[in-house]
Write a protein that binds this ligand. Structure first.
Ligand SMILES: Nc1ncnc2c1ncn2[C@@H]1O[C@H](COP(=O)(O)OP(=O)(O)OP(=O)(O)O)[C@@H](O)[C@H]1O
Ligand SMILES: [Mg+2]
Length: 356
């Protein structure tokens, strides 16, 4: 969103500040493509501590980022090309169609349109847009509008500045998620459903070169899987986290403790079912709105995509092909990183690969 003229750069850094973990990717720009120099993933809440959304403090990020940069030997002041992103409730994206307008009139006209289309409440709105295409026959423009509040942007900037970083490009998270795919895989048609399964949220994006852009935040993620396991097997948060990493959705039913009566609540759906339902609901809406149902695949990224059994569950329930996306596909990888193609890093990598 906030843009500055960017000089040619040799190295770039992408930072994905998630509610659970910060992900940093450091790339070197090659004549063609990129080489991975280094990356790191670090939790923002100490291991084993159950972190409740209401108790998450915004000031926990800066010390973690500063420590990661130190350990990766990146000097914040010397970063030539830094890309970060913001997401969440205070950011809104919508694709609209408008009559053709010259550049000088576009911004003010879009500001007016944005107020109509985007539900940003309170505070001053910051607007960004991208012209996706101009239709030959009608001369209409397809434009992607992105809006957020000044307060949201200031919070983000303050976190970066307090680690001595100079914010240059701040992307909208949903666009950055689409970019992870668009920058790495060449496709001509169809649409792709990308699910970034985080800790508190699963960000769903529908993207295709000719398809209508769509994004939605689903309020379930890795944290809710852990909660399910705590209830189902009567475990503490830390025990449930360990269980989740070891068995995923395929828990060894027979060996676990009996479920306590109070934990039995048949009205509650398991997290995987809630996610699948929300995805299906969103796709029905998308098909109606965009008139397009040419879905090729579902691509999973984010830490939660590593949950054992989740891809299989989604394949069966959504009736679509599922793939854990390999974000390192096009990257030159030093030997030490070869077996570490972690989908949790996808967004940070997509950010670092953004040229301008
Ligand atoms: N191997 C694994 N198996 C199961 N879950 C995992 C695994 N590795 C990480 N996770 C889960 O992934 C989540 C963290 O993923 P990620 O870093 O993408 O989230 P985040 O970006 O911090 O969260 P959000 O996007 O919701 O703000 C945690 O819930 C963590 O327990
Ligand atoms: Mg995330």
């Amino acid at each position: 969103m906030a843009k500055k003229k960017i000089p040619k750069f040799k190295e770039s850094v992408g930072i994905d500040i998630g509610s659970h973990s910060v992900k940093i990717v450091h790339l070197k720009r090659l004549h063609e493509g990129y080489k991975l120099l280094n990356y790191e993933v670090r939790q923002t809440v100490p291991q084993g501590i159950e972190y409740l959304p209401t108790e998450l403090r915004k000031d926990r990020f800066a010390p973690v980022i500063a420590e990661m940069l130190r350990s990766m030997k990146i000097s914040p002041k010397k970063i030539q090309h830094l890309i970060t992103c913001i997401g969440g409730d205070n950011i809104s994206i919508k694709q609209i169609k408008t009559i053709f307008l010259p550049d000088e009139e576009l911004e003010s006209a879009l500001f007016f349109e944005a107020k109509k289309h985007l539900p940003i409440s309170g505070g001053e709105m910051i607007l960004d847009y991208q012209v996706l295409s101009v239709e030959e026959k009608t001369n209409n423009m397809n434009v992607l509008l992105v809006a957020t509040t000044k307060e949201e942007m200031n919070n983000h900037t303050n976190t970066l500045v307090s680690c001595d970083l100079t914010p240059s490009i701040v992307d909208a998270q949903a666009l950055a998620i689409a970019n992870v795919f668009a920058l790495n895989t060449y496709v001509e048609d169809g649409s792709y459903i990308i699910l970034d399964v985080g800790a508190h949220t699963t960000n769903m994006v529908v993207y295709g070169p000719k398809a209508k852009f769509f994004s939605r935040d689903i309020d379930y993620g890795g944290f809710h899987f852990t909660k399910d396991i705590m209830k189902k097997h009567n475990l503490s948060f830390e025990e449930a986290e360990n269980f989740k990493f070891e068995y995923g959705l395929q828990g060894p039913e027979a060996q676990t403790q009996t479920i306590s009566l109070s934990a039995l609540d048949i009205s509650e759906k398991p997290t995987e079912e809630s996610i699948a339902l929300e995805v299906k609901r969103s796709l029905r809406f998308y098909v109606k709105e965009a008139g397009n149902s040419d879905f090729k695949k579902v691509l999973l990224i984010g830490g939660g995509s590593k949950l054992i059994g989740l891809p299989e569950y989604l394949a069966e329930n959504l009736n679509l092909e599922i793939e854990i996306y390999d974000p390192f596909y096009n990257l030159e990888m030093p030997e030490k990183f070869r077996d570490k193609k972690d989908p949790q890093l996808a967004l940070a990598l997509g950010l670092a690969m953004r040229k301008e």
